[in-house]
Ligand binder design. Structure first.
Ligand code: GLU
Ligand code: ZN
Length: 289
């Protein structure tokens, strides 16, 4: 049974890049008679906003992207995050890091300053996981083989921020595991982070989902769109046009006669083939239709 999901961070309205991930994960799930779950990545308290959550839901609804079951929330999984930290701690795989941002600036992979700090210090500390000096890899359905040595990238990476908020790679693998997700379809900006996720999945003995990383949509200057770019927030008054644009970027060719999102999505489900998605990590410029 296929279980897919869309997991927007609720710090602002959805933009075209998020719609792309929503549409791709939706079509991949529905074309395989799978479930499609919606989870709000809302643990980043200062940035999570009720208003943004509502507009995200409204955008999905107005685009005909109907999810299964109730809306999930990362903030419901906090206990599980700490359980995993505890497991890693027992296995002596984590340490407490009190390095300031400036101390680590331009240092490349984490230099290991706090590695011997195996018990929590009195000041708030981030928790890092020890990473081995070896290649780790996986096969992405779109991007092919992805591999690298984590020790040469970020090094020992943060799994719990000093504010006691689970870091994204730890949170996401546990969220997906808890909800039985078998397939992750999301933006290629997360491709490299996926290696850290795979490392945690294997270390914790979880089942890895299959992955497909779609191109991210960039602004003209090549900068990834962020939720703060209001200019690119999705206009819910023209959902068919938005979907047609998204489908073009995903390598599909809908004609322009669809007046209704349901009709358009039904067509797209029957035609969906993930191998038609451009195998590139970024699309720059708006592709007009
Ligand atoms: N919440 C993350 C984001 O909006 C995506 C998480 C994921 O799909 O793994 O960038
Ligand atoms: Zn440190």
């Amino acid at each position: 049974m296929y279980v897919g999901r869309f997991a927007p961070t609720t710090s602002g309205p959805l933009h075209l890049g998020s719609l792309l991930a929503a549409v791709a994960s939706y079509l991949d799930a529905r074309s395989q008679d799978g479930q499609w779950l919606l989870r709000l990545d809302d643990i980043d308290e200062p940035r999570a906003r009720a208003h943004a959550e509502n507009t995200a839901l409204t955008t999905l609804e107005s685009h005909g992207l109907e999810w299964d079951g109730s809306v999930g929330r990362q903030s419901d999984h906090r206990d599980r995050y700490w359980e995993a930290i505890e497991e890693l701690r027992k296995r002596d795989l984590i340490f407490y890091c009190t390095c300031s941002r400036s101390k680590l600036k331009n240092k490349g992979p984490y230099p290991g300053y706090c590695r011997t700090q195996r018990t929590p210090p009195s000041d708030p500390a981030a928790i890092r996981v020890l990473v081995p000096n070896q290649q780790i890899g996986f096969t992405d359905r779109i991007q092919g083989t992805v591999k690298s040595n984590l020790a040469n990238k970020e090094g020992d990476f943060i799994v719990m921020r000093k504010e006691s908020i689970a870091a994204y790679p730890l949170a996401v693998i546990l969220d997906d595991d808890l909800t039985g997700v078998t397939d992750v379809v999301r933006g290629a900006d997360l491709l490299e982070n996926t290696l850290a996720q795979i490392y945690l999945i294997r270390t914790l003995g979880l089942d890895a989902p299959r992955y497909a990383h779609i191109p991210v949509f960039n602004q003209r200057n090549g900068i990834k769109l962020s939720k703060r770019d209001q200019a690119y927030a999705i206009d819910n008054r023209m959902p068919v046009l938005n979907l047609v644009s998204a489908l073009h970027m995903l390598g599909m060719n809908p004609d322009e006669e669809y007046r209704d999102v349901h009709e358009l999505l039904a067509w797209a489900i029957t035609r969906w083939d993930i191998l038609n998605v451009p195998r590139q990590v970024a699309i720059t410029d708006f592709i007009s239709v």
